[in-house]
Design a protein. Structure first.
Length: 353
């Protein structure tokens, strides 16, 4: 695949897809230690046909973004939290966690090396970063690998769900994760299981599927790629509390913002039969940021949240505050953003023969 160049891109029509950028990070765990990572131009990975990751799914990943500020600089948003979550995911799958400080360092290096691909301020685009780790050992019996590869690639993206337009969703009959399973780990298998329900939802005319708790099927868990939140009739921010959903860095941040906005936020079990308590609802996550939910259809009944044709005022305020912090337009009193020092051209600074 040919490398992408900045002039190849229309910053206002990026979509959410992969571009083969000049640089990514790679490190290997073998002989009981990480070998020391480095930037590489090679976007290919060579597997043995019996590699652990290919057959038994010992793989974890993360997702975070780099944002262009109005002054031309670049912000990262809470990368240390992604490092911690990836370490927790790795432990759940019996993988060797990548050192958290090295994780943040590697993210910074990948962004600096590809800085020409961080979309311009105001375009709505961001540089999406995908750290991931795989079990590489050839194994026939079911057991954990003793060798791993850690990588980070970057790709410029537009909005995962374009604009703050409320979208319809349906409650799926399928489960995303098992009770006491890997729901709290960001691992490939959880997303593989969501492919069919997501396709079914889209064929039915919905944006995506919402999952209920896998044990009782009574309580809201999460969407396939984002957490759920609702605003009650008396103005309280509520989001599901569950052992089978991914701990969301976006959700953790929104809970803080909601408290400052006087929304008395809580994490609690939300019965699907009580969903009419909400006058606004939304999906929140790294890719989605905040996307308003116009309606939920459950067992043939459509539940509408406020005016399903336009974003609600509280959802809009939450989005404006979070995104304003991420791109540096609003004061970051939480110290969530990491400001990167960047050169005028990454291609002059990083060059490999």
């Amino acid at each position: 695949m040919a490398k992408t160049h900045p002039e190849d891109l229309d910053w206002n029509k990026l979509g959410f897809k992969y571009h083969d950028l000049p640089y990514r990070w790679v490190d290997e765990f073998k002989d009981g230690k990480w070998q020391g990572g480095h930037l590489t131009q090679d976007s290919s990975i060579t597997f043995n046909e019996a590699a652990e990751e290919l057959h038994y799914g010992q793989e974890v990943f993360e997702g975070l973004k780099a944002y262009r500020r109005k002054d031309g600089g670049i912000n990262l948003f809470r990368p240390e939290q992604n490092a911690k979550r990836m370490a927790n995911s790795a432990k759940r799958l019996l993988m060797e966690p990548y050192p958290e400080e090295e994780f943040v360092k590697a993210v910074k290096e990948v962004v600096k090396a590809n800085q020409d691909f961080v979309p311009p301020y105001g375009s709505g685009g961001t540089l999406y970063l995908r750290p991931f780790m795989m079990g590489m050992q050839p194994i026939v019996g079911v057991s954990p690998s003793e060798t791993y590869q850690f990588r980070i690639y970057a790709t410029p993206v537009g909005a995962y769900i374009k604009g703050l337009k409320p979208m319809p969703y349906e409650v799926s009959d399928y489960d995303r994760a098992a009770p006491a399973g890997t729901g709290q780990a960001k691992t490939a298998g959880n997303y593989a299981s969501s492919l069919m329900p997501s396709l079914i939802a889209k064929k039915n005319g919905f944006a995506d599927a919402l999952y209920l708790d896998p044990k009782e099927h009574k309580y809201i868990d999460e969407f396939g790629g984002a957490n759920f939140f609702g605003i009650t009739k008396d103005g309280q921010f509520q989001t599901p509390k569950s052992d089978s959903i991914l701990p969301s860095i976006t959700k953790r941040s929104i809970l803080k913002i909601a408290k400052d906005l006087g929304l008395d936020p809580i994490e609690t079990k939300i019965p699907i039969d009580d969903v009419d308590r909400f006058v606004e609802a939304g999906a929140m996550g790294t890719a989605a940021v905040i996307s308003p939910v116009g309606s939920l259809t459950y067992k043939g009944k459509k539940h509408v949240f406020g005016d399903e044709t336009k974003v609600g005022p509280i959802t809009q305020k939450l989005y404006d505050t979070l995104f304003g912090i991420q791109v540096g337009d609003l004061d970051d009193k939480y110290n969530w953003t990491v400001r990167l020092s960047v050169s005028s051209s990454s291609f002059s600074q990083y060059h490999f023969c």
